[in-house]
Design a protein around this ligand. Structure first.
Ligand SMILES: *Cc1c(COP(=O)(O)O)cnc(C)c1O
Length: 384
């Protein structure tokens, strides 16, 4: 019997509470019952976002919400700054290219974070920059950028800060209001513990000011339409929502509220810590930074003589553990263990067990238990 453990940074494992909630007969979306549900979901989303701003939801994958940020904030030819350190940072560049923006693309070595003081300098050098796009948790490398420092810098300028927190929201803390992050993009299939298909954006007053002047074309992703539907006494969406996913989200957010944000972030920090200790214990080299900022994804270098695809196929087909590969130019060179969302010590112990056994089978010198024991040592001290 194979029991499956999805250890990828999206999609992630879904709690049975969520699956059962989503399996209920569908309700109509233009009813009081739906509005009550939607209002509760919005309140709880604001709790996770740590914001008083509007949080808009779309039936789309996360990229849809990223695109919505570009088309609602910008006009053709606008100057924007993109600070990137991985595959998902490139997406801001691709979107800026498609929509004809005048973009300055700064790339940092993959596996290292964006340097906030460079953003300060760039904003000084070019005061016309309207939007700064940053990836919060760079899922392709495991790096988590310092949104607090970046928010403090951009907050002093006339520019609006947009954070891709698709894999970060709910696993790596982001204090939207306190850290002055104007637009925070999130997706359903990562730390929010529900299947793919929903995307969210929070929009600050400063950002709404920019939305009023934006002339890029938009229809489905028009924030103004969404805000109007949200502001009604019975809140709703402009178009048919993904009702079953919203019902699932309601259950997931109830779980997040029950755990509380402080414990939730601490759990993710410990998951990262245990995973890194285990990886080092096996004798593998980390690709992601070896510090507690790394709480959503752990990226590991594929050791010499081991084929990444073979390794991940073995962990999946023999031991039921699905790991993620590398993306872009680091494909084949790293593999990733996702631990954002519905994860605790059991998942990490299983994943590391599968990794040790698979590496051994492929001829890598590994002492069984060398990683698991290190993870146990971390969990033993900090039960989650
Ligand atoms: C998953 C992810 C995306 C892409 O989201 P889709 O839902 O596949 O559109 C974008 N950015 C980051 C940081 C992600 O982790």
């Amino acid at each position: 019997m194979i029991k499956k453990f999805l250890m990828t940074p999206g999609p992630t494992q879904i709690p049975s509470e969520v699956l059962l909630a989503s399996a209920q007969p569908i309700i109509h979306h233009r009813t009081g019952a739906y509005s009550d549900l939607f209002a509760r979901v919005n309140e709880n989303l604001k709790y996770v976002y740590q914001t008083e701003n509007d949080v808009i939801s779309f039936a789309s994958s996360g990229t849809g919400a990223m695109e919505s940020a570009v088309v609602n904030l910008c006009s053709p030819g606008d100057s924007v700054l993109i600070a990137s350190c991985g595959k998902f940072g490139e997406r801001w560049r691709d979107l800026s290219e498609v929509y004809g923006l005048d973009y300055d693309y700064r790339e940092y070595e993959w596996g290292t974070p964006v340097v906030p003081s460079d953003i300060e300098q760039a904003l000084k050098d070019k005061p016309g920059i309207k939007v700064v796009f940053v990836t919060h948790s760079e899922t392709s490398t495991g790096v988590v950028n310092d949104m607090q420092a970046i928010g403090a810098i951009v907050g002093k300028s006339g520019a609006v800060l947009v954070s891709d927190s698709i894999s970060g929201l709910g696993s790596s803390e982001i204090r939207t209001d306190e850290w002055q992050v104007d637009v925070v993009v999130a997706g359903s299939q990562k730390a929010l513990m529900i299947p793919p298909g929903l995307a969210f954006v929070s929009v600050s007053d400063k950002a709404w000011g920019m939305v009023e002047k934006s002339t890029l074309p938009k229809y489905y992703f028009d924030w103004t339409k969404a805000r109007k539907a949200l502001a009604q006494s019975k809140p709703t969406t402009a178009f048919t929502p993904a009702v079953s996913l919203v019902v699932g989200l309601d259950a997931a957010l109830a779980m997040i509220r029950a755990e509380g944000l402080e414990k939730l972030f601490q759990r993710h920090i410990v998951l990262g810590r245990a995973t890194r200790a285990a990886v080092r214990g096996i004798g593998l080299e980390l690709f992601s930074p070896d510090d507690d900022s790394c709480s959503s994804v752990t990226a590991v270098r594929v050791p010499e003589g081991i084929d990444d695809n073979q390794l991940r196929t073995l962990t999946r087909d023999r031991y039921g553990v699905q790991l993620a590969g590398g993306q872009g130019h680091i494909k084949g060179k790293i593999f990733r263990i996702g631990h954002c969302g519905y994860y605790n010590y059991t998942d990490i112990i299983v994943a590391i067990t599968a990794l040790e056994l698979s590496l051994k089978e492929l001829g890598y010198q590994v002492e069984l238990g060398s990683g698991v024991s290190k993870a146990q040592a971390v969990f033993g001290g900090e039960m989650i």
